[in-house]
Design a protein around this ligand. Structure first.
Ligand SMILES: [Zn+2]
Length: 195
């Protein structure tokens, strides 16, 4: 295998890229060597050397504690629980809330044999008992496993003296009722709010 084949094969492993788009990406990188390939290689070197998992929240950053945990302007009384780092980053991109996070590292799943000991649940319970924490927001996926996990955590936090909330399920912004699936429509009706 040539060196370029190797590059293409590695690029093809990226989410959303197949062999065909990996070839195009490789060619594009090579043709834009100075503007793209060189800085990309340098950024990847830095990532390889410095990327760490935050020991407090489970986020990925180049510093530990991560930038979010270090930010003094965040509301310490609110902990947002997410399944994985991608969800944390999505909430941050949306500017959804200015609080702290806790990454579980997955959801409970009987099918995949994932139990509480495989997730960062003990650490969450410890953090929830900190005196400054008043609310735990379960920002978990609206899947069966996500909701099972939400119920499990809610039970565990019964004695922690915190309010446990979850994200609303309902009509997406810009969504048309006619296009929603029945489950979403029924959930939206149940979680209706005063106008
Ligand atoms: Zn952190």
């Amino acid at each position: 295998m040539s060196d370029l084949d190797k590059l293409i094969q590695l690029l093809a492993k990226l989410p959303g890229l197949g062999p065909r788009s990996a070839r195009r990406a490789a060619l594009h990188l090579i043709q834009k060597k100075e503007q793209l390939l060189v800085p990309l290689a340098a950024a990847m070197d830095i990532a390889v050397e410095r990327v760490v998992v935050c020991s407090r929240c489970g986020n990925i950053d180049t510093v530990d504690p991560c930038t979010v945990c270090r930010d003094p302007r965040r509301d310490d009384s609110v902990l947002v629980v997410v399944e994985d780092v991608a969800d944390l980053w999505a909430l941050e991109r949306a500017g959804a809330i200015n609080a702290r996070y806790h990454v579980l590292g997955g959801t409970l799943s009987a099918l995949d044999g994932i139990g509480p000991q495989d997730l960062s649940i003990n650490a969450l319970v410890t953090r929830a008992h900190a005196p400054e924490v008043k609310e735990i927001i379960l920002a978990l996926n609206a899947t069966v496993d996500g909701q099972t996990t939400a119920h499990y955590i809610t039970d565990l936090l019964g004695g922690a003296g915190v309010t446990v909330t979850r994200l609303a399920h309902g009509v997406p912004v810009g969504g048309e009722l006619d296009y929603l699936d029945e489950g979403t429509l029924a959930a939206a009706m149940r979680s209706r709010t005063p106008f």
